[in-house]
Design a binder for this molecule. Structure first.
Ligand SMILES: *Cc1c(COP(=O)(O)O)cnc(C)c1O
Length: 239
């Protein structure tokens, strides 16, 4: 399917889910997850008006990132915002900071220290989400719900890291309704952080919802949804 067509269908579903829960569709940003697809398909996404791209490994992203960055420098396309959505080893941080505008997988002190160090070196700042493993599934990355508050207390140690929200991946469920409790729990933690800070915390966004469950995520307050299969497809290689 052409991405413009897929996007139209997705936008209708976003609109309906937002309406259903008393929200505005424009409160929800779409990240086009291009990890499964080619450089030309990623270019098609940008030309369709998708200006946020998500990748989960630098190795896979590199060719796309370099090509698209060059095209944007030539003003052939609008420069996208890049989201790193995969788990991140500390020794890979230098490949990501300075290239990706957002990191969705901040989940431990050692990683924060590595991001801070690299950001200082490049004299830059990095927007991050704290990744939370709400469901407790062993295969999932992220800190537990119980660990979030203590981690938030540490954030002033890392002045180059701007934590703008929380991220989670729900387990795959045949019935997406079964993911609702996961998304709601993440929103509740966000609300607790806001309450505790009297509304001054920068932790406002919720990165949650994928192809299978984005409508439920929107109903529970998602502000960034991460869509691969349903939007750009999953032709090609990997995972
Ligand atoms: C791959 C991936 C997605 C997109 O998955 P789809 O089910 O294809 O939409 C979203 N978030 C993360 C963290 C991913 O790794």
């Amino acid at each position: 399917m052409k991405i413009t067509e897929a996007l139209k269908l997705v936008r209708n579903r976003i609109e309906a889910a937002a309406k259903h829960s008393g929200r505005q569709a424009d409160e929800v940003e779409i990240i086009a997850v291009t990890k499964y697809v080619s450089t030309s398909r990623a270019m098609e996404a940008i030309q369709a008006g998708l200006h946020q791209l998500g990748e989960n490994r630098w190795q896979q992203a590199q060719e796309k990132w370099e090509h698209i960055t060059k095209q944007a420098e030539n003003n052939s396309i609008v420069a996208p915002q890049w989201h790193f959505i995969g788990s991140l080893q500390t020794n890979k941080v230098k490949e990501v900071v300075g290239k990706f505008h957002y990191i969705h997988s901040l989940d431990r002190v050692a990683l924060a220290e590595a991001i801070q160090k690299q950001a200082v070196k490049l004299d830059t700042y990095v927007k991050c989400f704290l990744q939370v493993n709400v469901s407790g599934e062993e295969s999932k990355q992220g800190m537990s719900l119980d660990e979030v508050a203590a981690f938030v207390e540490l954030l002033p140690n890392w002045d180059r890291i701007q934590v703008i929200g929380l991220m989670t991946m729900a387990p795959y469920e045949a019935d997406p309704e079964d993911t609702r409790a996961v998304f709601r729990a993440l929103r509740n933690v966000r609300d607790e952080i806001q309450e505790k800070s009297n509304g001054t915390s920068s932790i406002l966004h919720l990165s949650m919802g994928m192809s299978n469950d984005f409508e439920v995520a929107i109903e529970e307050g998602a502000t960034f949804i991460r869509l691969g299969t349903i939007l750009v497809g999953n032709e090609g290689d990997v995972e």
